[in-house]
Design a protein around this ligand. Sequence first.
Ligand code: PLP
Length: 458
Amino acid sequence: MTVQSNIYPTKALQEMDAAHHLHPFSDMKALNQEGSRIITSATGVWLTDSDGNRIMDGMAGLWCVQVGHGRTEIADAVHKQMVELSYYNTFFKTTHPPAIELSRKLAELAPPHINRVFYCSSGSEANDTVFRMVRYYWDQMGKPDKKVIISRWNGYHGSTLAGTSLGGMKAMHAQGDLPVPGVHHINQPYWFGEGGDMSPDEFGLHAARELEKAIDEIGENKVAAFIAEPIQGAGGVIIPPDTYWPEVQRILKERDILFVADEVICGFGRLGRWFGSDYYGIEPDLMPIAKGLTSGYLPMGGVLVSDRVAEGVVGKGGDFNHGYTYSGHPACAAAALANLAIIEREGLVERVANDIGPYLKERWLKLADHPLVGEARMTGLVGALELVPDKADRHKRFKDVGVPGLLCRDISFENGLVMRAVRDSMIISPPLVLSHEEADFLVATAEKTLNDTYRILK
Ligand code: PLP
C-alpha cells in the first residue's frame, strides 16, 4: 500500500508515523504528542507540507540539496541507469561505467594531489572509512604505533561508532560509552563562544596551538591523524578566525601526521569553492565527502584520497579489508554525475563566490543590529545568528541554553522559513540556486522571526 498524503489527512499520517517510525535525533515522546511535520513535495528552494503550506528550505534539507529540489535531470539519469544496470558491486576487482566516470570527475574537481576515491553511502560511513584507512596506512608504512586520531570538541563527523567518536558532541558520547579508545579531542576555534578576551586572531592561533600541544603530549610517533571540518556545521556554523587554518597547516606540515578535512558540508560549492579546503588553502591527505555530492537525491558518500595515502594503501599491495555493498552504487553514481553536471553548467560554485553569496551575506550581517543578536556570521552560503540575552555582553548566555533557540526555530517554521537551532544559534545553509528575491524573503523572514521571538522572551 502506498501512503499518499493527498488521501490521508495530516492527523492520520502523524498517527501512523508516531506508531511505527523512530526518528533520528528526535525526542520521540514529544514528537508523538505534537505530531511530526510532514513534507510532501518540493521544488527549487521551496517545500510543501501535508497541509499545503509553502516553506523556504533555508537548510537545503540537511545541508545537502545544492542544486535545489525537483531536478528531473537527476531523476532521468537515475532512471536510465537503473534500467541499464540497477546494481552491481565494486568488490573483488569489479566495477561499472558510472563508478569509473564519477571517480575520474572527482579527481578532476579535487585539489591536484588528490586523485582517488573510496565510495560509501553517507558521511558517517566516510568517516568510518577514514578511521580504518589512516590506521591501515600507518601499518603499511611500518609505523603501527601511530593510532591516535585528534579531533575537536563540538565537531560533527556522523553518528556511527567511529563518526560519533571522532565527533566531539558530548550528548552523543554520553549514549553508549563513547568515544572508542584512540580518539583525543581538543578545543574548537569558536571565538564568539570561547574566545574570552582575546582578539579573534589571537584566539585563532591559541586554538591551533592546542593541536601542537596535544601532539607533543601524546607523542608524534603515536598520532595518526587530525580530523576537522573546514567550518563546523552541526556544531553551530563555527567559522574559524583567519589565523587558525594557516597555523594548523604549519603544525601538521612540520610533523608526520595525516590531515583529514571533513568536507561533508563544505564540499561541492557551499563556501564558493569546490571544497572548503580550496577556500582555506589547506592541503588535506583525506577528504570525506557526501551530501552535496548527489545533492541528497540518492545516498552517497566517499573519501577522497591523496597520492600520499594511496601510495601506502595501493602501492604496497594486499587487500584493504573494508567496503560496503553499496560502495559506488551505479544509480547513486549516476545521480552524482548528473548533479555535478548541473553545478558546473549553472556555475553554482562561482555564483556562491561572486553573486548570491555576497548578496545574502551583506543582508544577513545586518541582522546583527537586532537586539536579540550577539553576532551574525556567514561564509559562502552558510551562516549563523547568535541569540543572546544581553547584546552589550558577549559572554552572557541565556540561563535555559537552547530553549530560546528552539522557540525561534519553531516560530521561523510558522513564518515560512526553515532555520536550524544549535544551542541558541540560528543556522541557515540554503540551496546554491537561491535567487536574489528568495534571499530577500529569507532575510525578511529571519528578521520577522527575531522580532516575534524577542517579544516572547522579553
Ligand atoms: N561529517 C559532517 C561534517 C557532517 O556534517 C555530517 C552530517 O551532517 C556527517 C559527517 C555525517 O554524514 P551522514 O549524516 O551522511 O552520515
